[in-house]
Write a protein that binds this ligand. Structure first.
Ligand code: FAD
Ligand code: EPU
Length: 337
């Protein structure tokens, strides 16, 4: 039976460390418990959100509704051959613990996604990505509960509409489906992806390239520039990297030949938002208790006691100034509640 807590503080449940309360809070450890919840508390006209690790949300005020926290656990091998292994993982498992578990068994495919905070159940929502790999490369299936019908659904990879920091769960199905299990196919003959940034260079410090060392190299690079939420509140990249038409990037390159770009094909170019924000003069700057990280300008930090409104104000000021200087709209990656 689910325990519903009232006036529950979410400070420890969001990595920005925003001190807000939710009217109701409950943790569920199975799909049955989740269905029981909806049967016991049907359509109360109160909003409801699922909160995983809270590493991609910004609460701007107290939440007048239900916050449900998934605690569905388990890693089940559902297919195993000489080349591949398929695992079905509960939404409440910790993402980085799963990466560690797979790396330990020499199952390849997610080692580049080391040290990303959050839950397994959330990884498909924005199709988490880092160091040249996106989780869509290994997801075969996503199992959900549809809130209205309380029916269980299963989405194949191609039905999830995965794209850069995007999926069907962020748009059409947002708030309508709760993710309970994710199935991943991992490679027993790992193929390494080492082209991103200075990953290859970092690996030069090791005498062998294997998936354990790749995981460690990714961790080293990340720790050198991304602040640990335990030390300083943050939600990783606050904005997505903007994707612009070729002509727009060419125009900017005339004034800023040093601007890094990533060619996407189809006449599209991705520009690192961190570079734009730094060039706009924000790196290391603060407004009140909200600040821009001094080693990674794409990360907004809570210097201690910042409210969600203060963080949002800073984010909007950054958007305005990047728009003025470069004519580019930055879209927030973080989910504002
Ligand atoms: P939450 O913040 O709890 O939730 C995010 C959104 O998903 C919310 O809208 C929530 O309502 C919804 N949601 C959560 N669980 C469910 C569910 N089971 N069903 C339906 N909806 C749900 N991301 C990257 O892609 N790459 C990175 O390299 C990266 N690095 C990061 C580094 C740091 C230091 C931090 C703090 C964040 C980083 N992130 C990165 C962002 C974040 O870790 C990911 O987006 C992660 O997947 C969020 O998981 P979570 O469980 O914390 O999500
Ligand atoms: N840059 C600057 N100044 C900065 C930050 C970055 O000039 O302050 C430049 C770097 O020099 C580099 C480029 O921007 O040339 C890219 O920087 P980095 O490799 O640090 O990656 P990013 O584009 O800032 C993205 C993801 C991260 C992911 C890393 C590694 C997005 C929005 N962010 O960051 O994901 O870990 O690449 O793959 O795509 C997240 O989503 O929360 C996240 C942390």
């Amino acid at each position: 039976m689910l325990e519903i807590k009232e006036n529950f503080t979410l400070k420890k449940y969001n990595t920005l460390g925003i001190d807000v309360k939710t009217r109701y809070f409950a943790e569920y450890s199975s799909v049955t418990e989740l269905i029981d919840f909806f049967n016991l508390y049907p359509k109360q006209d109160l909003p409801l959100i699922i909160l995983g690790g809270g590493s991609n949300v910004l609460f701007t005020k107290d939440f007048e509704g239900y916050v449900l926290h998934p605690d569905i656990k388990g890693i089940e091998i559902i297919d195993d051959s000489d080349d591949f292994v398929k695992i079905r993982v509960g939404a409440g498992e910790d993402w980085d613990e799963l990466v560690d578990y797979c790396v330990d068994r020499n199952w390849g495919g997610i080692e580049n996604l080391s040290l990303i905070p959050g839950n397994v159940g959330t990884c498909p929502i924005q199709n988490i990505g880092a160091y040249g790999v996106e989780v869509k490369d290994v997801i075969t299936e996503v199992e959900t509960l549809e809130v209205d019908s309380l029916k269980v659904f299963s989405f194949k990879n191609e039905e999830c509409q995965f794209a850069y920091r995007d999926s069907i769960f962020k748009h059409k199905l947002k708030g309508k489906h709760i993710i309970n299990y994710v199935t991943l196919q991992l490679n027993k003959q790992p193929v390494f992806k080492l082209d991103y940034g200075n990953l290859n260079e970092e690996l030069g410090k090791y005498n062998e390239i294997n998936i354990k060392n790749i995981r460690q190299a990714v961790i080293n690079i990340r720790e050198s520039k991304l602040p640990k939420p335990e030390d300083i509140g943050n939600a990783g990249s606050f904005f997505k990297n903007p994707v612009v038409q070729n002509y727009k990037a060419d125009e900017l390159k005339k004034s800023y030949p040093e601007m890094p770009i990533y060619i996407q094909g189809n006449e599209l170019i991705k520009i690192p938002a961190g570079w734009l924000i730094e060039k706009a003069g924000w790196k290391g700057k603060s407004i009140g208790r909200a600040g821009v990280h001094n080693k990674q300008a794409l990360v907004i930090v809570n210097h201690g006691g910042a409210t969600g409104q203060e963080i949002l104000y800073l984010a909007q000021e950054i958007q305005k100034s990047v728009k003025e200087k470069f004519g580019i709209e930055l879209e927030m990656e973080v989910n504002v509640v």
